[in-house]
Design a binder for this molecule. Structure first.
Ligand SMILES: C[S@@+](CC[C@H](N)C(=O)[O-])C[C@H]1O[C@@H](n2cnc3c(N)ncnc32)[C@H](O)[C@@H]1O
Length: 259
């Protein structure tokens, strides 16, 4: 168990001040057995947390902003890169759903993807539920939903708080689609094979998963093809793949359980 005073120390940094504590603890554990000082462990933990939670995020988003949704979507690498494709992406993802069907999207590790709600096809009845560890992004998203009367809610939960997430998913009726957009790297760097566990546990509760990853490494000049055969093989071995496609530098794979 991590000492509460150490958690407090890490949370004194604004960028980590509203992180779920389980994420701070799990990342601290990665270094807890190293033969180094407490200070060094804290500093390595902060470096790791920065990579997972704030590297791709403009600091401008850490306080509530009354800005148009497209302005917000440009302040995060993932949504900025996806911005030209949202229309086509969401049309494609909801093509095989009925107009009067109740649909719920569960977006795991959503960042600010909730700000893309307006790109959902207007003729569909979609409720959007998301989970995110960074409290400021949760507040920002919920404020946006409330102000614009959007049928959505963001929960301040870590993806390692799986039982709570499952409980929320179970409460909803109708067709359920899970988004796992650009999140598997973060999960794997904290706990090996956690993405597989997550997918196995969620699948019985839902209809489809849409998983995405970047086909290029983040961070500019030295872009290289990232090898994701492990996740593609895992999905193909255990589930039915409905679609596989790319928009920009993002690959999407849509899958469901075997009938
Ligand atoms: C690369 S971003 C992708 C954001 C979003 N899925 C998208 O593609 O637009 C990863 C997001 O996952 C969140 N995240 C990382 N680890 C998490 C965890 N264990 N629990 C909840 N959220 C997490 C980060 O705060 C960040 O917002």
């Amino acid at each position: 168990m991590m000492d509460k005073s150490l958690i407090k120390k890490i949370k004194s940094k604004r960028e980590f001040s509203e992180l779920r504590e389980i994420d701070i603890e799990k990342n601290f554990e990665l270094f807890s057995k190293k033969q180094i000082s407490e200070e060094e462990k804290i500093s390595l933990t902060k470096e790791q947390l920065r990579k997972l939670f704030s590297a791709f995020l403009s600091k401008k988003l850490l306080s509530l902003k009354n800005k148009p949704y497209e302005w917000i979507l440009r302040k995060h690498i993932s949504t900025r890169e996806r911005l030209p494709y949202y229309d086509c992406l969401y049309k494609k993802l909801f093509l095989n759903t009925k107009d009067n069907e109740n649909l719920t999207v569960f977006d795991l590790g959503a960042g600010i993807n909730g700000f893309s709600y307006n790109f959902f096809p207007k003729n569909k009845k979609i409720e959007y539920i998301c989970f995110e560890s960074v409290g400021q992004l949760v507040d920002l998203t919920n404020y946006f939903f409330k102000k614009n009367n959007i049928n959505g809610k963001c929960f301040h939960l870590s993806l390692f708080e799986l039982e709570e997430i499952k409980k929320i998913i179970k409460e909803k009726k109708g067709k359920k689609i899970v988004f796992l957009f650009k999140i598997i790297d973060a999960l794997e760097s904290v706990e090996l094979d956690y993405s597989k566990k997550l997918i196995f546990e969620l699948m019985p509760l839902i209809d489809e998963i849409v998983l995405s990853f970047s086909t290029k490494s983040l961070g500019g000049k030295n872009k290289f093809k990232v090898d994701r055969r492990w996740i593609l093989n895992f999905i193909k071995e255990n589930f039915d793949v409905l679609e596989e496609f790319e928009f920009g530098n993002e690959k999407y794979i849509v899958f469901k359980s075997h009938n």
